[in-house]
Ligand binder design. Structure first.
Ligand code: VGL
Length: 208
């Protein structure tokens, strides 16, 4: 098994989805230290890292006051749209923004674009990436939508179950989302499994 072609995908770990934010995900901050370990592991392995973000205009049909479901959150260039301040994103991480248009919901990162304006799928494929290690916020919305799109577009998905948290508008939504993603072909894994996987492929020095 070769690990080339794999990437870490950090979904929407932004201030507004964390404690004190506009749409806080319960225990959302808990993914930050876990991601910091994944980031070290992927950096050490020479594998690319993507961070996606919700990136809405002030007026969007995604927000309650304009017909949507949600309080205003992750408004473009606002403090709430910033990545969590403790997330140690490397300078060369690629950033993908979604939900940019006034009628885009942007749940799936595959509706988003990278800094060069390339859609997410093109951005990944142009780097030869075919396997995605996905985690982030929220399990039952953006993680779910992004994972299902990735699988339907032929990417392999490893779901990082120790680095996801959900909103659970209805109790059980996150558990149902995990079941759905696994049924669709996502393989669940936690940090130690991913670490051993990368090590077995010997892109990682044994002492890491
Ligand atoms: C999200 C609800 C509303 C997410 C975005 O990032 O999962 N959830 N907007």
């Amino acid at each position: 098994m070769t690990m080339a072609g794999r990437a870490l995908i950090i979904i929407d770990v932004q201030r507004d989805f964390c404690e004190g934010g506009a749409l806080p995900v319960s225990d959302g901050d808990a993914v930050v230290p876990v991601f910091n370990e994944y980031i070290e592991l992927f950096k050490e392995s020479g594998l690319p890292i993507y961070a996606t973000r919700d990136w809405h205009p002030e007026k969007t049909s995604h927000f309650k006051q304009y017909g949507g479901l949600w309080p205003p959150h992750c408004v473009q260039s606002s403090p709430g749209a910033e990545f969590h301040p403790d997330l140690k994103l490397p300078a060369d991480a690629r950033v993908v923004s979604a939900g940019i248009g006034p009628s885009e919901q942007g749940y799936s990162s595959f509706e988003g674009r990278d800094e060069d304006g390339a859609d997410f799928s093109t951005s990944l494929r142009s780097r030869g990436i075919t396997g995605l290690y996905i985690g982030g916020l929220a399990t039952d919305y953006c993680v779910r939508a992004t994972t299902l799109d990735a699988l339907s577009q032929g990417f392999e998905v490893i779901l990082l179950t120790d680095a996801i948290r959900g909103i659970d508008v209805r109790p059980g939504d996150s558990q149902a989302a995990i079941r759905r993603m696994v049924e669709a072909g996502a393989r669940p894994a936690v940090f130690d499994e991913v670490k051993h996987e990368l090590r077995r492929a010997s892109v990682l020095s044994a002492e890491f």
